[in-house]
Structure formats: structure tokens, C-alpha cells
Design a protein around this ligand. Sequence first.
Ligand code: CDP
Length: 236
Amino acid sequence: MAFKRSDGRKLTELRPMIAKVGVVPNADGSALFAFGSTVAIAAVYGPRKLHPQHMQNPATGILRCNYDLLSFSVYDRKRPGPSRRSQEISKVTEWALSPALYLESFPSSVVDVQIYILQADAGTRTAGINAASMALAHAGIPMRDLICSVAVGKNDKEVIIDLTKEEEDYKEGEGSTDFAVAKLANSDEFSLLQLDGKIQPEVVSKAISMAKDACIQIYEIQKKALKDCVEGVQNE
Ligand code: CDP
């Protein structure tokens, strides 16, 4: 019998996506990105002079990301404030986004990105990276490309895209695997490959190719949101 996902999606089918820019008027740039009921917002502040001064690097600017789940974004209320998990995701988000940025253009400066998860149903780091990439573009930070991100994984034996929390928690057979991927939209340069669980070496290339196909769709949604914003401003 053919494998069925609990929400009826095909193995390669993403959840419905929503992308919007300009959602935080007081930020220099902002965006919302959703995969189904996982909803992330990102707000960009800067570039501005980095303080304390001893942290400044006259050769380059730095990107500083702060990712967090809001307390009621998850079923078991999350205690407010940073955790080991949020610190790790903030760091990998910086690494995932940095290859797209010309940070050398902003010596001694910092670009701050605040990422908040309003609703979490797995894939929050990838939704956060997509929102942050759009928010950086919206802020007018010079970029080589947009970054697109998605989780691909395994539910027992099948390779599936954009796992829900239910799929991530699957424990039967080989259990589940969650593989977060981020890449530059217009090249094969990957900026994040983060594996949680087990995957056979021969399945990795299939998983990556599925993620690449998904990134093409994500890029279209991101681009449309940015274009709609520019056209909206022009028509005002
Ligand atoms: O969200 P992502 O898949 O990038 O990261 P994860 O650490 O694998 O978390 C998977 C999911 O677990 C999150 O998206 C939330 O739905 C859930 N979670 C939770 O319910 N409570 C937490 N404190 C952390 C995560």
C-alpha cells in the first residue's frame, strides 16, 4: 500500500506557504514566513555601529541573529528567555544567512535580526531563515542572493519534505529524521545542512535533491512578496 502522510500531502509536497514583507513598521526591514501552521516573523535593525567598541572589526560588519519561540507558540508553554536550543538555532541561522551578505560593506557595524516564532509545528528554524532572508532584502542590505530553507527528512522509510511536528515525532520502525537545509537561491551553494536523526548515505543525495526542488518554490514565494511590496510602494 502506498505510504500516506497524516495530512494527506505527497512526499514532495510543501505545506501551504505564506510570505509577506513589511510586517513590523518600526524595523528597518521585516517579513513573515509560514509553512502551514509554523509561522515566523523576522525584523532587521541596522547596520549600525557595534557596541561595545572592542567587538568592532574594521575589516567587516557582523550579522547577529536572535531566534526564539514565543511562550504560547508551542503546546507546552515555553519558558520565556533564551535556552540552549534557541542559542544554537540563532547561531546556525547566522551561518545560514551570512554567505548571502556583503558584510564587508559595513566595517565595525552590526546587522541585528530578531526572529520570533508565533506558532510552532516543526520547521521553525527553516521558516525563520526564510523570513530573515526576506527581511534583510527588505531592509536594503546588499545581498548576493536570497537564502531558501526547508527541512527534509525521513518518516520510517520514506523521504519527505517539510515535516510537521507529528511527523518529526514518529517513533515506529526506523523513526524519523529531520534534516534542515538552506541554500543560496540561484546557486548550488548550501549554507546549512543540519541533521537530526539517522539517514543512510545513499538517501542523502535524494533528500538534498528534494530540498533543492522545494527551494525553487520557496524562492518564488519570497520573490513575489518582495515584488508586491515594491509595487505597493510605487503605487502609493
Ligand atoms: O522547529 P525545528 O524543527 O527547526 O526545531 P526542533 O528543535 O527540531 O523542534 C521541532 C518542533 O518541536 C518545533 O517546531 C516545535 O513544534 C516543537 N518544540 C516544542 O514544542 N517545544 C519546545 N520547547 C521546542 C520545540
